[in-house]
Design a protein around this ligand. Structure first.
Ligand SMILES: Cc1cc2nc3c(=O)[nH]c(=O)nc-3n(C[C@H](O)[C@H](O)[C@H](O)COP(=O)(O)OP(=O)(O)OC[C@H]3O[C@@H](n4cnc5c(N)ncnc54)[C@H](O)[C@@H]3O)c2cc1C
Length: 288
């Protein structure tokens, strides 16, 4: 793999001149913070981090990487546990500052850039009493989560994140900008809906929204010693579509370090009595 350090200085100067965001190299005061991702065990050192300001910067960065033969990594929200957003010795295309979000409340559609997190997107759509399926943790990036399929609190009612995806603006490896929908390129759109970050850099995402004014949820904590029973109950639980429950062995959120076995629960929809029954549907009938 060629690294960015092999580049001739003139090409790097031309890239810097054409680029509107920050170009961060080792030794830059933002280098250490910019190469960090959610998983603190990841310790990769890109030769160059291109903090893009918009789609045109992504185009420049890809063209530059092609000319230099550099490996590219792409960072959306930085939540990949394997640390795929960061490259050792290559060019990291960092979308963390691409935070544009536009809600069309009348059409029930939101458009958001590739550096947006689910917390940021939810905050804007909630102003209009609208929502779409995102991840269970607010700091996860919309980009990586959506390109991987996207499970979340609302998926029982509204499907996965990709079920609500209407279009993707994509910069390809040839540095072309495409607006990909089911109509413009059915195969590529299919691939983007779960195929991960292998088909280009996704700079904008467009999602269908749904009216949602309130949810009912929270954490039900049990002593760690009850973990076996808690996990057995979770295994045997059958949930109606409106209810999403995750179970986990976690630390208390107050920072005390106390270990707990917990259910985290979210109910979407009208307030009414719903029953969770073991090994069956909400009504007690076995699933077919
Ligand atoms: C705390 C935590 C909670 C999670 N919760 C959920 C959950 O509720 N539901 C769920 O489905 N998943 C969940 N995940 C998994 C998560 O969706 C994936 O790790 C996802 O890839 C993270 O996306 P990101 O943009 O934050 O990560 P990044 O590390 O930035 O990117 C992940 C991958 O996507 C690629 N990528 C990122 N942005 C782009 C882009 N714009 N264009 C092209 N490729 C790109 C990267 O190159 C990398 O390969 C969770 C992960 C963590 C760490």
């Amino acid at each position: 793999m060629a690294t960015v350090t092999n580049l001739d200085v003139k090409r790097l100067e031309a890239f810097s001149a054409a680029f509107s965001g920050a170009i961060i190299v080792p030794g830059h005061d933002r280098y250490e913070e910019s190469r960090k991702v959610h998983n603190g065990l990841i310790d990769k050192r890109p030769a160059l981090i291109a903090r893009c300001g918009g789609t045109a910067d992504v185009v420049e960065a890809i063209a530059f990487a092609r000319e230099s033969g550099s490996e590219i990594s792409v960072r959306g929200g930085g939540h990949s546990v394997a640390g795929q957003a960061v490259t050792d010795g290559g060019l990291m295309i960092d979308l963390a500052e691409m935070k544009g979000i536009h809600v069309d409340a009348a059409a029930q559609i939101v458009r958001a850039q590739g550096g947006v997190t689910w917390g940021e997107l939810n905050r804007e759509t909630a102003l209009h009493g609208l929502a779409t399926t995102g991840g269970v943790v607010s700091t996860t990036g919309i980009a990586g989560l959506t390109l991987g399929g996207g499970l979340g609190w609302l998926n029982g009612v509204y499907g996965l994140a990709v079920d609500n995806l209407l279009s993707v603006e994509l910069v390809t490896a040839a540095a072309e900008v495409l607006n990909v929908t089911d109509e413009t390129d059915r195969d590529l759109f299919w691939a983007l809906r779960g195929g991960g970050g292998n088909f280009g850099v996704a700079t904008w995402f467009e999602y269908r929204l749904h009216p949602l004014k309130e949810v009912f949820g929270g954490v039900i904590a049990h002593p760690f010693d009850a973990a076996r029973d808690v996990l057995r109950a979770f295994r045997d639980l059958s949930q109606p579509d409106e209810l999403w429950v995750v179970a986990g062995l976690v630390h208390a959120p107050d920072g005390s370090g106390v270990k707990m076995a917990a259910f985290v629960v979210c109910h979407v929809g009208t307030r009414r009595r719903t029953t969770c029954s073991p090994r069956g549907t909400a009504s007690g009938r076995p699933r077919t």
